[in-house]
Structure formats: structure tokens, C-alpha cells
Design a protein around this ligand. Sequence first.
Ligand SMILES: NC(=O)c1ccc[n+]([C@@H]2O[C@H](COP(=O)([O-])OP(=O)(O)OC[C@H]3O[C@@H](n4cnc5c(N)ncnc54)[C@H](OP(=O)(O)O)[C@@H]3O)[C@@H](O)[C@H]2O)c1
Length: 341
Amino acid sequence: MVSKWTIAASFVSYYTFILYPTTSALTPASLPLFTNVGRSRCYNSPKDKNGEGNSNMSDVKRILVTGANSGIGLALTKQLVADYGCHVYLGSRDAVRGANAVDEVKKFSGKDDGVELLTIDVSNEASVQAAAASLSRKLGSSEDHKNKLYAIVNNAGTGLSHGTSISEVLDTNVRGPRRVVDNFLPLLDPNVGRIINVGSGSGPNFVHDYLTNPREKSRYVGPMDRDEIEEEILKVEKMNDSYAAYAGSKALLACYTMSLARQHPNLSTAILTPGYIKTNMTKGGGATKLPRDGTVSLRKCLFDDLNHMSGYFWGSDGLRSPLHYLRNPGEPEYDGEAPTF
Ligand SMILES: NC(=O)c1ccc[n+]([C@@H]2O[C@H](COP(=O)([O-])OP(=O)(O)OC[C@H]3O[C@@H](n4cnc5c(N)ncnc54)[C@H](OP(=O)(O)O)[C@@H]3O)[C@@H](O)[C@H]2O)c1
């Protein structure tokens, strides 16, 4: 069996991507099937720290980031507020940790009005429902897209050094983003909205190293519906291996992302890996990159034109990557060629 840190070391600088199913029936109508994609890497110009260019609050992009009180989520929030002039709803399951993070973002950005706390525990349906109701009140009832969310970033996650149980890892990392989407979808701009899921290079490792049956592997490179995902969660739980639970949760999150792309062709959806980043989750594992270095693919997926690329998996360098093996930095971008198992 492959140890968690052996695998973790192998994705020190890897990336990821998304594959599509081998049958056109499973392919979103608007999506190309295993085709080459462009390599646009031009980001929107960041706004300056005073928010220049945001003459009017209604032009500001409103973004929910879950698990934003620490690590990569907090680093992303600081950048979105300070450099991109966004308004971030900082998700935290703990009100005190969340309030401290909000203060940190305000101090970092020099802005008092770019960030608000939203208490949300993604493992708890009642908490997610209450958070969505609270945000709905803040946004108001207008149908005007300017009062809608521009993006949901499903960043909250657990596993590895957090020491959480196998069932908690699978529930938080797979069902958590689904609970958030189910409850926050009405608040998302139906025309330009984005759903960005934070996956991991461990996902492709799971498909490559833990799945031996070719039929199983091929299921994990396409969309899965709710029942299929629940079935797979049970199988991963039975492996009784905490690294497999984490890696399997991220592989299933990719299948969920592809399913969202199929269901919501007007939205841009993406799954990505931030890279191997020094945070509470990787404590003791030898990661050296700082959380602020783990936001390249997040910012790409938030601001680049993902037209016809919805549902893809993106590496930590912002390049498309495969779901059936780990693509490392410096390696060619995944060209979307259908895998054979
Ligand atoms: N660090 C890496 O190398 C790496 C690599 C690939 C993917 N990722 C992914 O990146 C994301 C962020 O992780 P990180 O590395 O930044 O670790 P982190 O600093 O430990 O952040 C994890 C965040 O998720 C929150 N969280 C955990 N369970 C939650 C729940 N049930 N409800 C709401 N929030 C919850 C944590 O809140 P508390 O502070 O309350 O615990 C924390 O804010 C995760 O999805 C992780 O899987 C990280």
C-alpha cells in the first residue's frame, strides 16, 4: 500500500484535470468530448487595494469561500479582497475563528467592507441551510444578477493531519460541497455563476493506485449521480484506509463536479488542486509552499473564461490535468485524450 506521505510528496507540485466519460450519453451537451483545449492563462486584471475600478458596489463580484478561516481559503480571501476588489463571504464553522480571520483580512486589505463572516459547517445540513438563509437575506430578493453570488468556492475539507475519521472525511469532502450547492444554488447568478471545488492530486492517485478494475477506473473519469456517489462512498469506507478515504473523497468530488457541469450548462464549474501546501492539513508532511502560493488554479478558475471547459480538472499551475494519473508541474498539459484502461 502506498503511504499517505509518499503520495503527498509525489504531488509537491502537481496539477490535475478532468476527464469525460467514454460515452456521449454521459457528456454534457455543451462540452467537447476528450478534445484539446486552449491554454489561456490570462487572468482578469486585479483591482488595486483601494478597489479602484469598482465604482459601484453592484459591480463587485460576491464570492462565498467555505473553510476560509485558515490555510488556502484564508489566503484566497485576502487576495480576492485586496487585489481583485471582490466581496467575500468568509465561511467558517467556528464563529470565533471566523471573526479572527475576518479581522485578519481587513487588516491585510486595508478595507473594512470587503469581507463578512458566514458561519457554516458543511457537514451539518441545518448549518448549511441556516447559512444560505442568512446570505439570502443579505443579498436581498432582487432578481437582478448584481445581487447574486458570482461564485461558490467549496474549499472546506478535512483529512490527513487533521486526524478525522474516515466517515467524517468522506462526508465533509464529498457530501459537504453537495450540501452547499444544493442550498446556495438559488443565490448564484444563473448566467455567469461559477462553482469551484477544491480537489487534490490525491484524486488521480486514487484512480491510478487504489482502483484495479478497469471498469471502476473508467467510472471515476466521468460524472456520477447522487446514488452512484453514495454507493462509492460505502466502498471507499470499507477500504478502511485513511489516506484512501481522503484520496477517494477527492476523486468522487471530481465525479460530482462533472455531474454539475452536465446539469448546469450555463454555469462554469471546475475542480482543481492547489498543489502541496503547508497548512494545518499537511502539518508534519514536509510541505514548503505557503497558502498564498496555492491559489493559482483557484484564481484561474474564478476569473478565466472557462467556456466549453466546464467540469475540467486543473493543476496547481492552472493547466488542465487528467483524472486517471498524476500530472506533475513541468509536464505537458493534458490534451483530453480518452484514457484506455
Ligand atoms: N494543503 C494541501 O497541500 C492541499 C492539497 C490538496 C488539496 N487541499 C485542499 O484544500 C482545502 C483547504 O485545506 P488547507 O490545506 O487550507 O487546510 P486547513 O488550513 O486545515 O483548512 C481547512 C479548512 O476547512 C475547514 N473545515 C473542515 N471541516 C469543515 C466543516 N465540516 N465545515 C466547514 N469548514 C470545515 C477548516 O475549519 P477549522 O479551522 O474549523 O477546522 C479550515 O478552515 C481542503 O479542501 C483540502 O483538501 C489541500
